[in-house]
Design a protein around this ligand. Structure first.
Ligand SMILES: *Cc1c(COP(=O)(O)O)cnc(C)c1O
Length: 403
């Protein structure tokens, strides 16, 4: 048996062909594939707009900028996430305020967020960054109501959740990132994520204002839209005149942006990957189902995903399949001895040395810290064969028999 990772990309022949086709075309970056990918991705999640960017971290950074985080602004997020969810606030000089998770869902606990908000004068907190952790969608409608009540914006970190949905109070399934209940949502196309472009990311929104901001921030804060130009035509043309158009070369940098562009051949890969997204998602669900069944009778494994099946209010996207067990370290090592490379998601962000240096300490997020002691992400990726999964299950069952 070959080594089995916890996650990996699947690149089809069709994927390879579409990249080659783009490489043979006229554009390497910011060409037609970018706009096509954005359109198709927006259609996939059901948002009005999508902005393709260099990676998920860039998507978070630009989102934080577009929402105008200023030095000292406080933003709430979960400690059980990839550190980038929090770091984007720091990039803008803001202050990250971690809030504990719900021990049953591992998601940012909305009740505790409410408590935090209620403890301070309105306006203290500018925004909330909830994460669809592991692929389980946040209750976006509830977060949206809470944010509205306290004048906050919401960036939904949906990196784990392309294709996930949750029903709102009208019984309508709201797809993660569709823009209905969050100002901005962000995705990553890192190889372990559902859609892989090497590096890559996307921001989705229903706000045209935010969309336009993001488009310019992605490219140095430069605009080529005549209607928006601030300098005079005379200046732009280099002659005294008033009644001509701005010359073709002319552009303006109006605010401080970055280069967070995605290349055209990555976008081509993204378009092709997107075609296989539904199939990949179905396979993830099937893998999760197999694990659920296999572990049902093992007391030492808590598989919170089991709950998904009895709860038809949402659909999990299974970026990760997480179990909790008091034997986590031993199981992790045993799996490695058997060529199975499980992972831990995540080391609580507030206890990273950087955030400790900002005053965060053990004991501040008891649910997240308890979760970290027992969590383990098992192999989960669409190209995983039945044989590979049976092997993983067999090794895990053997481990618990020995224990
Ligand atoms: C992967 C990931 C990111 C960052 O994405 P990159 O493309 O690696 O920069 C942010 N948040 C979460 C939850 C992620 O899983």
């Amino acid at each position: 048996m070959k080594a089995i990772p916890y996650g990996k990309q699947f690149i089809s022949d069709e994927d390879i062909q579409s990249v080659i086709q783009t490489l043979n075309g006229d554009f390497l970056t910011q060409g037609p594939a970018i706009y096509a990918f954005e359109k198709k991705f927006a259609a996939y999640v059901g948002s009005k707009f999508a902005v393709a960017v260099a990676n998920g971290t860039g998507a978070l950074h630009l989102s934080a900028m577009a929402l105008n985080i200023q030095p000292g602004d406080k933003v709430i997020t979960t400690p059980i996430t990839f550190v980038a969810s929090a770091n984007c606030v720091k990039y803008c000089g803001g202050e990250v305020v971690f809030c504990d998770i719900d021990p049953k869902t591992f998601l940012l606990d909305i009740q505790q967020v409410r408590k935090l908000l209620e403890q301070s004068p309105k306006g203290t907190y500018k925004g909330i960054i909830p994460v669809d952790f592991a692929g389980r969608p946040i209750n976006s409608e509830a977060f949206s109501k809470l944010a509205e009540e306290f004048g906050c914006w919401i960036i939904e970190d949906a990196c784990h959740a392309p294709g996930a949905w949750i029903k709102d109070s009208n019984g309508i399934a709201q797809i993660s990132g569709n823009g209905k209940y969050s100002d901005l949502a962000i995705f990553s196309f890192h190889p372990v994520k559902h859609i892989a472009t090497g590096e890559g990311g996307m921001i989705t929104t229903n706000s045209e204002v935010l969309y336009k901001k993001l488009i310019t921030l992605r490219t140095h804060g430069i605009t080529r839209d005549q209607k928006l130009f601030e300098n005079s035509v005379s200046f732009a043309a280099g002659i005294e005149t008033n009644d001509i158009d701005y010359p073709g070369w002319y552009m303006e940098m109006q605010e401080l942006g970055y280069n967070y562009r995605l290349t055209d051949f990555q976008a081509a890969l993204g378009i092709s990957q997107l075609k296989a997204a539904e199939k990949g998602l179905a396979k993830r669900k099937q893998i999760a189902n197999n694990y659920d069944l296999a572990f049902q009778s093992i007391d030492k494994i808590v598989s919170p995903q089991l709950e998904t099946k009895v709860n038809s209010n949402f659909s999990h996207a299974y970026h990760l399949y997480i179990i909790k067990t008091p034997e986590r370290l031993k199981l992790y090592n045993y799996l490695r001895e058997n060529q199975i490379f499980a992972q831990v998601h995540y080391i609580p962000a507030h206890l990273m040395p950087y955030y400790r240096s900002q005053g965060w300490k053990e004991g501040m997020m008891p649910n997240a810290e308890a979760y970290y002691k027992e969590c383990l992400s098992l192999p989960m990726y669409p190209s995983m064969t039945d044989e590979e999964q049976s092997y993983v299950i067999e090794v895990i069952l053997n481990f618990f028999k020995r224990e």
